[in-house]
Design a binder for this molecule. Sequence first.
Ligand SMILES: NC(=O)c1ccc[n+]([C@@H]2O[C@H](COP(=O)([O-])OP(=O)(O)OC[C@H]3O[C@@H](n4cnc5c(N)ncnc54)[C@H](O)[C@@H]3O)[C@@H](O)[C@H]2O)c1
Length: 349
Amino acid sequence: MEKVRIGIIGLGFMGTTHFRIYRGLPNAEIIAIADVDADKRRGDITKVSGNIGNEDNTIPLDLNGVKAYDSGLALIEDPNVDVVDICVPTPDHKDLIIAALGKGKHVFSEKPLCRNLAEMAEIEQAVKSANTFFNVGMCIRAWPEYFHAQKLYKSGVLGKVRSAMFRRLSPSIDGNSWKNWFMDNSRSGGALLDLHLHDTDLVCYFFGSPRAVNTFGVRGVCSDNGFDHVITNYDFGDNSLIMAEGGWTAPRTIPFEMSFQIICEKGTLRFNHEGYKIHWNDGKIETPEINIGELPTGWHQELNYFVDCVKNNVTPNRYQTPQQIFESFKVIMAEMQSAETQGKTVEVK
Ligand SMILES: NC(=O)c1ccc[n+]([C@@H]2O[C@H](COP(=O)([O-])OP(=O)(O)OC[C@H]3O[C@@H](n4cnc5c(N)ncnc54)[C@H](O)[C@@H]3O)[C@@H](O)[C@H]2O)c1
């Protein structure tokens, strides 16, 4: 295989982010896009906006030599596409994932995987039956500081975790998306599913699945009855205190925050707007050197890795396996159930 031939479905905030990244990868070639919006199919992305980054969306995408389809299913039928990259709103993930795997395509889907456990079971079945690769954009696992911190924690040099807090606080995204679907709880699952999921997944990445969760949330602040801001306690039954907070209720003047503080027996891992540092208990403060090369974000890292895996026919497992995606999805579903009862303990099964 010369270059891996990519088809992107959905050219909104995430699809255009992926588009720009693939264009810079040596082993990838975008050969097709699909979108229900005719403007996007012509490369006009002026309507696209997101909560991170500062891309100039007044500059049209160069779609020269790229086939444009008006439906994802039509793109999946294209025999020249090797990888189907799904960047449409969450409710459409399941059908496209199953259709693409069924056609023998490799699939990279954006998170959240889907809206509920019944849909997850259908996807799980399709992934098990497929002979191709499947991965989901749990990009924070691949984000350079988070990736480094997780490897260091897992190496054991810090000892066991005593307490940890992961935060993801976004300015309002009301009005950002196609048909404002993020504000429709039935479609996005609110900030709880759409945003906070990243930190749920990180808790699993660092510490494995908790035995139970307690989630408190406020709903209907900006979305139609979705949980717009939540905080969760993850119970590992081992005297640690592991928490995560996420929300999109802040005004637009407040910058996006993602951060963590992980206090362990021998030292503390800390990442925030001031940078990434290790504070050792003996008073030494270390700033780890992270070699990110030309791949500054987790989005770059995860897509580059997936493309290389497809090119070299190596099963992707550096950041997560499909099974780990299913496991953390079960945890976020338990959080949703707990939030419905304002913090009642829900076991993760
Ligand atoms: N990993 C991350 O950091 C991250 C960040 C933002 C969004 N996301 C996820 O990416 C996905 C897309 O979010 P977004 O912010 O790009 O949304 P968006 O509203 O900006 O873009 C959605 C795009 O899909 C198109 N579309 C809608 N339904 C379609 C269909 N059935 N077939 C083809 N095109 C369709 C729309 O016209 C639009 O161009 C969501 O699942 C979201 O949760 C992930």
